[in-house]
Write a protein that binds this ligand. Structure first.
Ligand code: ZN
Ligand code: ZN
Length: 333
């Protein structure tokens, strides 16, 4: 089957992914095989192909926002049958027994495996997933509109929860890619006033269209102090910008898997019980809640489609903020 394979990390502009033929996998006990229709492109994929995260598996097929159709069911796999639509996300599996799993924090599992990082992901025609780590996609979403929900949406949703923002409070979003454009809609649904900090003109336009009350640069001060902020941009200095805009007792949640160093700061920036916390992966419960909420609101995702073979171009476009909303690879009809 066709696949875009990473053999050696390098900058996105230098086409790190190579088109290859790889064998079609067979589902084992408790697993299903999903014939990939679309796969979303995520910033984490960009960090993987560029070698900005420690490599876990090489060669590897990236991609962890898969929507497809179940075409084989392994022994003992429950909840899906052939022909069902299924979603595959970043959290591929956990051990279910470690200290964190027992604390209901499976997102922090010490033996967690991740799709498109520890095991092959969705930049290809078929993926294997444990049935208990796969998701039913609400029927109101098309394949391509659902794909960005599976990581951009789920991680954004967890970040929103961890930011502690309440109904009708003021939320700041630093960076405005796939995740932020979904979070903005959920926050608006909660009655929050949303301030968006981004440079790209197209991103500012989309933010306004989706109901942002104010848009500006990361360095700008919003009209009033923020109750909470989420930093999507992987740039450490922005954490300090967000703290400067935050009220006492507010939380800055960091949504990215990696970030450039956070500069040294005056204690006064964080004094007043301000908090900074990161967001790591998601639980299955987060994913189920987000999919249900997204269908209820309903969230509208802005999507740019690329053929599978153009995965390098999609990653490079995302890196340079040339995609409005989310990039999605079309693998099959
Ligand atoms: Zn565990
Ligand atoms: Zn992701």
């Amino acid at each position: 089957m066709r696949a875009m394979v990473l053999e050696q990390p390098r900058p996105a502009e230098e086409s790190p992914l190579q088109p290859k033929e790889i064998p079609e996998p067979t589902p084992g006990v408790g697993e299903i095989r999903v014939r990939v229709r679309v796969c979303g492109v995520c910033h984490t994929d960009l960090h993987i192909v560029q070698g900005e995260l420690p490599m876990h598996k090489l060669p590897v097929v990236p991609g962890h926002q898969v929507v497809g159709i179940v075409d084989a069911v392994g022994t003992g796999a429950r909840g899906f049958k052939e022909g069902d639509r299924a979603g595959v996300i970043w959290l591929h599996s956990t051990d279910g027994t470690c200290e964190y799993c027992r604390r209901n924090s499976e997102n922090l599992c010490v033996n967690a495996k991740f799709t498109g990082y520890d095991v092959n992901g969705g930049y290809t025609e078929s993926v294997i997933v444990r049935a208990d780590f796969a998701y039913h996609i609400p029927p109101s979403f098309s394949d391509e509109s659902a794909a960005p929900l599976l990581c951009a949406g789920v991680i954004g949703y967890r970040s929103l929860k961890l930011s502690g923002v309440s109904k009708s409070e003021r939320l700041g979003l630093y960076g405005f890619g796939a995740s932020a454009h979904i979070v903005l809609q959920i926050a608006r649904h909660m009655g929050c006033e949303v301030c968006v900090f981004t440079r790209a003109a197209a991103h500012r336009e989309l933010a306004k269209k989706l109901g942002a009350a104010w848009v500006g640069d990361a360095k700008d001060r919003p009209p009033r102090e923020l109750d909470a902020a989420i930093v999507f941009a992987p740039a450490g200095p922005i954490v300090l910008d967000a703290l400067r805009a935050l009220r006492k007792g507010g939380i800055v949640a960091l949504a990215g898997i990696t970030m450039t160093p956070i500069p040294e700061m005056e204690y006064s920036l964080i004094y007043g019980e301000r908090m900074v916390r990161s967001v790591a992966n998601s639980t299955r419960q987060d994913a189920r809640e987000l999919l249900e909420l997204a269908a209820d609101i309903p969230v509208r995702t802005a999507v740019t489609l690329y053929p599978l073979e153009d995965a390098n171009r999609a990653l490079s476009d995302m890196k340079h903020s040339h995609i409005e909303g989310a990039g999605v690879l079309r693998v099959s009809e």
